[in-house]
Each structure stands twice: as C-alpha cells, then as structure tokens.
Design a protein around this ligand. Structure first.
Ligand SMILES: Cc1cc2nc3c(=O)[nH]c(=O)nc-3n(C[C@H](O)[C@H](O)[C@H](O)COP(=O)(O)OP(=O)(O)OC[C@H]3O[C@@H](n4cnc5c(N)ncnc54)[C@H](O)[C@@H]3O)c2cc1C
Length: 397
C-alpha cells in the first residue's frame, strides 16, 4: 500500500464501511424511516411495551403509509416500488426502534399485500392494495393454527364450495399479527383442491379476531386469534393465481427477508446502548469499557452485528437481481436472528442490573427477539431447510 494513500477514518458506527455499498436514494430511505421512528416510536415505545398495547396503531399505519413503508418493494397500486435493499434498510431502522413496529410493517407489506399483489386478481388488487399502501386498511395473514404451526400443511381450517359458487370457511387461526385491527385478512384454508388463499373482509359475518393477551414478548404489537364460523365469501374471494403451500411459503420468504435486516436493527440498538454504558459506567475506579473482558464482549458483538448487516446486504442485492433462493433466506434468518438475540443478551450483561430495566431498551429487544426467533419459521425449521439443501435428504418428518 502506498504511503501517500490516505485511509478514511475508522467509523465505530460502520466499522466495515458497509455504507459505501449504498446509493444516495438508499441513504434517503434510511434517513426518512430512521427519523420517523425517532419521532413517533422511540419516545413512547417503553410505555406501550409496559402497558402491552399499541395505542394509535391506525394513525401509525397511516403515517407509515405516508412515508412509503407499506408494501414498499411492490410496484403499482400506490406502492413505493423501492428496491429490496431499501426495503431491508427500512426494516432495520424500524426494528432498531421495536420489533413490534417492524412486525406491523412486515405483515402488512410482505404477507398480506404481497399475497394479494402476487396471487390476487386484478379486481382484488384494485380493491385492496391502494388503501393498504396508504395505511387506511390494515391487513393480517392467517396461516398458523392452534395445533399446526411449523407444519402448516396439516392445517384444519377448511373452505367448502357451496353449490351456488360461494365459499364457506370454518376454522381457527392463532398468533396472528394485526388480527384484531385488520380490515382485511388473507386466510389460508384446505379446499377439495388443496390449500387456497382467501381475501376476507373482517366485517364478514362469522369472522372475529379476539386479541391474545399476557404476552411477554412483542408487547407493542397486536396479536390475535382468528375465528371463522361459517364465513361466507363470494366465489371471487379466492386468490386465483396459486394453489398449495407454495402460496403462503413464498409470502413467508419475502417477510423473512425483511427479518434478516430487521433483527440487526434490534441488535444495533442493544450494541450502541452497551457501548455508551460501558464508556460511562465506572467500577473499580474506571469505566467498565476499559476492562479487557468488556472490550472482548463489545468486539465480538460488533463482529456479529456487522457480519449480519453485510449478509443482509448480500441477500438484498441477490433479491434485487432476482437471484435470491429460499434456502439463502433461511441462511440469513437463521444466522441473523440467532446472533441478534445473543448480542442483546450480552448487552444485558454489560448493563448489569440496569439491563433488566425498561429505562434501557435492551431487555425489551431481547424479549421481542424471542418471538422473532420463532415466527416466520423457527430456528429448527431453517436448520432443516438448510440441512435438506446441503444433503439432499429431507429430515422434516
Ligand atoms: C408474536 C407472534 C406473532 C405471530 N404472527 C403470526 C402471523 O401473523 N401469522 C401466522 O400465520 N403466524 C404467526 N405467528 C405464528 C408463528 O409463525 C408460529 O408460532 C411458528 O410457525 C411456530 O409454530 P408453533 O408456535 O406452533 O410451534 P411448533 O410448530 O409447535 O414447534 C414447537 C417446537 O418444536 C420444534 N419442531 C417442530 N417440528 C420439528 C421438527 N420436524 N424437527 C425439529 N423440531 C421441530 C419447533 O422448531 C419448535 O422449537 C406468530 C407467532 C408469534 C409468537
């Protein structure tokens, strides 16, 4: 290396210089979402978390719509048509505030809207997507059931075709994000011709969505049961372009991609909190950040945090190039959520007793990530996806 080459300064916030990979438009999206979260989520989220409520969720959804965050990487119908990398950056910034807010956006855009956009009729797209992109209509996605989570192929919710052509849905869905506040539910059900998706207006008689209380994770997020008792829908309520489990699984793949980024947002907040604390908290007459054991923790956290962000970028570029495989999404979700939770737990130790207080964001993020570790495919499911891809042997059952 020539002695005359001047290296850029080391940036503790971006030690690998990953921002060099971003275009000005990417940075603009990131700044917009970061400043929205700083104004509208960070000052209040500890209170929401403590009360286990997300008051003003409808207003928040409209604001998210106004900054283009809903159905962000979809084209047309009022959606922003952003790149996969930009969508990922938005997920990271939202989850840096709280996983519950990122979940609201993921379920709206990557699950409910994505299902309609990819598999819906033109009439379904025209009817639902513009209002959902604006945040006027909240959507939910009903796949999991009380007795069927990791194995959705065994679902019992059933759609019967009436002689008149109507569909009649019966069953229960469980752990459904946004359920009680949704205006529209995308519900997956067994039919005589395999699993089909249905677009269900939530004011349809027989549909109800009682909220699930007493959660100790994702407390600033609405989670519900969906009850379908003889829900009668017109013939055109079915998503016409897909039959079988590949419908919901391709939506999940899109949402999981956002989680690959989002988890690193939660990790970043915990890491930054730990660095700040380690520099100011004194024990034995000096900052705890000056002890080698604390520095080893911080160095290892930084390594995993920025490796994870780099991985998210790599997957984002593959998605933008149309080359992202589901196994690669599993790779990212498995690694990044697992590492993010580890970073949060280590941050918790650096904060000592203060680490368990809601005065700091660390415990909130750590407990949120317990849900993120489970939903959109558990650790074990992604290990099995990768294991199958690596060996050619299916160990799912
Ligand atoms: C806060 C929250 C929000 C959610 N939002 C939604 C939503 O909007 N829509 C939706 O449809 N669902 C949602 N879910 C549900 C989520 O997707 C499921 O919880 C998840 O798929 C796991 O299903 P389960 O909880 O039934 O666990 P199970 O499938 O019962 O698994 C329990 C354990 O067994 C393991 N296991 C299962 N099978 C195997 C195997 N073959 N080999 C090894 N280990 C195995 C699992 O990995 C796990 O550790 C949400 C969940 C939470 C917590």
């Amino acid at each position: 290396m020539s002695a005359s080459v001047k290296l850029p300064p080391f940036d503790p916030g971006d030690p690998l210089g990953i921002d060099d990979l971003l275009e000005p438009e990417d940075l603009a999206v990131r700044d917009t979402v970061r400043s929205w979260a700083a104004d509208r989520v960070l000052p209040y989220v500890a209170e929401w978390y403590e009360s286990g409520e997300l008051p003003g969720i409808r207003e928040l959804a409209k604001e998210l719509g106004s900054i283009g965050a809903l159905g962000m990487s979809l084209d047309g119908y009022g959606c922003a048509g952003a790149s996969a990398v930009q969508y990922g950056l938005a997920c990271l910034e939202l989850e840096a505030a709280d996983s519950g807010i990122r979940s609201l956006v993921s379920v709206q855009g990557s699950l409910a809207m994505y299902a309609i956009h990819r598999f819906g009729s033109e009439a379904q797209k025209q009817r639902w997507l513009p209002g959902m992109a604006a945040g006027d209509v909240i959507g939910c996605f009903g796949l999991t059931e009380p007795d069927h989570g990791s194995d959705p192929a065994a679902m019992r919710t059933h759609a019967r075709r009436d002689p008149g052509g109507d569909w009649v849905l019966n069953g229960r869905k469980m752990w459904i994000t946004n359920g009680s506040v949704a205006g529209v539910a995308v519900v997956w059900a067994q039919s005589d011709n395999g699993i089909r998706g249905f677009v269900v207006p939530t004011d349809t008689p027989g549909f109800s969505a009682p909220e699930i209380k007493h959660k100790w994770s994702l407390r600033a997020s609405v989670t519900s049961e969906l009850v379908l008792d003889d829900v009668r829908l017109p013939a055109d309520a079915v998503l016409p372009e897909v039959t079988g489990l590949k419908g919901p699984l391709s939506c999940l793949s899109h949402a999981r991609y956002g989680i690959v980024w989002g988890a690193m947002g939660a990790a970043r907040t915990c890491f930054e909190t730990a660095v700040g604390y380690a520099k100011s908290r004194e024990q034995f007459g000096r900052p705890i950040g000056g002890f080698q054991l604390t520095q080893a923790k911080l160095a290892d956290m930084a390594v995993e945090l920025h490796k994870g962000i780099l991985l998210a970028h790599h997957l984002g570029r593959r998605m933008d190039a149309g080359r992202l495989r589901p196994e690669q999404v599993s790779f990212g979700k498995l690694n990044n959520v697992r590492e993010a939770i580890e970073i949060c737990r280590t941050a918790r130790t650096i904060l000592g007793a203060n680490g368990i207080s809601l005065e700091y964001p660390v415990m909130r993020h750590a407990t949120n990530l317990e849900s993120v570790l489970t939903y959109e495919g558990t650790v074990e499911m992604h290990q099995l996806v990768l294991g199958k891809a690596l060996t050619g042997l299916d160990a799912f059952r």
